[in-house]
Design a protein around this ligand. Structure first.
Ligand code: NAI
Ligand code: MG
Length: 360
């Protein structure tokens, strides 16, 4: 019996996770689900966004299904107490280093993209973002009085961009292995022309590529990658990049597909244990209104079944059910257009559950 930690979080988190849990239950798999508070919900209950009990549950589980955390009302808290620290803490303690962000444009939603339909019709790309290194975690960092630079004596702030060889090697292996199961092409995105860290990145990705002669590799500077993503996104198959470039490019890619409410994500460790969550945040502007799109979370549950729980058929069933529901014309407000039927969070979840029930 596989164990799943269910961490709904705050904002729209509890609403969307409830729908994904309904979907998992109707599949009737040998799964045990246990729920714990995280983020703002945990802060309210116990004064910390990632309580020990929640972390212990996540560590003991085979996979974590996470909703979302964060609300403007916590912006004034000290950084370690903010809800977003929970997700950083989980990534760190679970050893999650590979973030998978697929950008898939459903045929039924082609018109919802910010690009022309012909540019995104059939789009299916995968962005793999390294999660443990880069300028987000490099030391030293801080504030000080400048001793040199353009304004000696002025206040300044600084961060350190940094990657180690093993960090780059393991994410490169993950990218080549993922590409093997798809279009067999990897684009490694860097800024090797300016940054030593990313010249090192480029050199090591090239070295690792020697072990994957069946996969094509090209290198692209991040500024060009941003341009190509909006010019001809279908040219990509797998994109692999560092923490910061991946953060930005994956959100840009999200908009190609119409709505961030449609996009799942997975963060994996070296044993394919993972944390699965929608790509979006806690959407405080629509929380509690029953209008959030639950499909990103439901599709994250499908990724969980495929990557961590070895249940690919069950994952296929969820993804087909989502396609069927979209084909039937059901739309939450974020993807609604003239001539389709506007539904709320719960109706959307129920429709997916019914579509799955029909395929047994
Ligand atoms: P957001 O993704 O929460 O919202 C951006 C926009 O997309 C909003 O207009 C929202 O209503 C809409 N949206 C998001 N998810 C949707 C859904 N499922 N259905 C329909 N519409 C949806 O990003 P934002 O506003 O930048 O951040 C809000 C809070 O979420 C912040 O506190 C932020 O730190 C946190 N956050 C948390 C993440 C996580 O839990 N992993 C990731 C990103 C942000
Ligand atoms: Mg982001």
């Amino acid at each position: 019996m596989a164990k799943i930690a269910i961490l709904p979080g705050d904002g729209i988190g509890p609403e969307i996770v409830a729908e994904a849990v309904k979907v998992l239950k109707v599949l009737d798999l040998p799964l045990e689900m246990e729920t714990a508070p995280v983020g703002g919900a945990a802060y309210e209950a116990s004064g910390h966004p990632l309580p020990d009990a929640t972390l212990d549950l996540a560590k003991s589980a085979d996979a974590v299904l996470f909703g979302a955390v964060g609300d403007w009302k916590y912006d004034k808290l000290d950084r370690p107490l903010r809800p977003e620290q929970a997700i950083l803490g989980l990534r760190k303690h679970l050893g999650l280093f590979a973030n998978f962000r697929p950008a898939i444009c459903y045929e039924q939603l082609t018109h919802a993209s910010s690009l022309k339909p012909e540019l995104v019709s059939g789009l299916d790309i995968l962005i793999i973002r390294e999660l443990t290194g880069d300028i987000y975690f490099g030391q030293p960092r801080g504030r000080r009085t400048a001793v040199d630079g353009h304004f000696p004596g002025a206040d300044e702030a600084f961060d350190t961009m940094r990657y180690s060889r093993p960090e780059i090697e393991r994410i490169a292996h993950v990218a080549f292995q993922a590409a093997r199961k798809r279009g067999k092409r990897v684009t490694s995105v860097d800024k090797a022309n300016v940054l030593e860290t990313f010249q090192f990145w480029k050199d090591i990705v090239t070295e690792v590529h020697a072990q994957y002669p069946d996969v094509a590799l090209d290198h692209m500077y991040v500024d060009n990658a941003a341009m190509q993503l909006v010019k001809a996104p279908k040219k990509f198959d797998v994109i692999v990049t560092g923490n910061m470039f991946g953060d930005i490019l994956s959100d840009a890619a999200a908009m190609l597909t119409g709505s961030i409410g449609m996009l799942p994500s997975a963060s994996l460790d070296k044993n394919n244990k993972g944390l699965y969550e929608p790509s979006h945040g806690s959407a405080p502007d629509i929380a509690g209104k029953g209008v959030a799109n639950p499909l990103a979370t439901i599709l994250s549950a499908a990724m969980m079944l495929r990557f961590s729980l070895n249940q690919p058929q069950a994952a296929d069933r969820i993804e087909s059910a989502v396609g069927a529901v979209l084909s039937a014309g059901l739309r939450t407000p974020d993807i609604w257009s003239e001539g389709t039927q506007k539904v709320g969070t719960r109706e959307m979840g129920d429709a997916v559950v019914n579509a799955i029930a029909k395929t047994t």
